[in-house]
Ligand binder design. Structure first.
Ligand code: ZN
Ligand code: ZN
Length: 273
């Protein structure tokens, strides 16, 4: 995306990303938060660039119900929950609240993405990196889904969503004709419907639900995401093999995985970082 980098959520995966980023003067980190559940923010305090004096971290995310997003993050990453006070981090930090129906636009040469609220229409310029924001209620307390567009290509990040009977039509409309979707698939169907420990209503999906969305939205490639902590690598590879019997271009997300949208509809799985 021509030097423009987006970081989606701040779970533990953001920690090794931070380790790979050596301090570079003025380096920009743009972080988009889908929601404020612990597993989507807990890596932020351990993200090394937040302590680089010359780094600039811009965090876009939802307003919490009772205070501002900045106050919320300050409370989460200050004593007694965290050893270092938020204000002692050295990087320049800006926190921007965003809303469903809004858009982030990042034009070539612009220093930062600009947030457009829902009543403003984004320009249709293929060189402008555009992130459409959908507010979904298919997760407890709601979640933002992101559709990232650039150069005539589109990628949808739909984690922490639970499928609906007949497919999530809001998401299917939002994701239509994207090149790639990263979709929640925390549970197998057997776990999801297990009478003894039913996961219905927990806000997560199965591979079948992810594939149903991809098919209905005409998306050629699916990445199954938000793995259950109880599932080890062997279990996930079995889930992947089973999913591929129904939709061949399905992969379970892996650490350091690199997928390149080479051209509209052409997704390549490249060697890991
Ligand atoms: Zn969640
Ligand atoms: Zn989650």
């Amino acid at each position: 995306m021509a030097g423009r980098r987006l970081i989606l959520d701040a779970g533990l995966g953001i920690i090794p990303l931070g380790r790979q980023c050596r301090p570079v003067r003025g380096e920009l980190f743009v972080l988009l938060l889908t929601h404020l559940h612990r597993d989507h923010i807990e890596g932020l305090g351990f993200f090394a660039p937040i302590r680089y004096p010359d780094a600039h971290l811009v965090i876009y995310g939802p307003p919490p119900p009772e205070n501002s997003l900045e106050e919320f993050l300050r409370a989460q990453f200050s004593p007694p929950l965290f050893p270092l006070p938020w204000d002692e981090n050295s990087a320049q930090r800006d926190v921007v609240e965003i809303h469903g129906g809004g858009t982030l636009i990042w034009a070539p040469g612009a220093p930062l993405p600009e947030y457009l609220p829902p009543d403003r229409t984004p320009p249709s310029d293929p060189d402008t990196l555009t992130v459409h924001i959908m507010h979904s209620w298919a997760h407890p307390q709601g979640v933002y889904l992101f559709r990232v567009e650039w150069g005539g290509r589109a990628f949808v990040y739909a984690t922490d969503v639970e499928g609906y009977v007949g497919g999530d039509q809001h998401l299917i409309h939002f994701a239509q004709n994207a090149d790639l979707i990263v979709h929640d698939a925390q549970y197998t169907m057997a776990e999801y419907t297990d009478a003894a420990r039913c996961r219905q209503g927990w806000g997560h999906s199965t591979p079948e639900m992810a594939i149903e969305v991809a098919r209905a939205a005409n998306i050629p490639c699916v990445v199954l995401f938000h793995h259950d902590p109880q599932h080890d690598d062997e279990f996930l590879l079995d889930m992947e093999a089973e999913a591929q019997r129904h939709f061949p271009a399905t992969f379970v997300a892996r650490e350091q995985m690199v997928l390149a949208i080479k051209a509209p509809g052409i997704v390549e799985h490249l060697p890991s970082l």
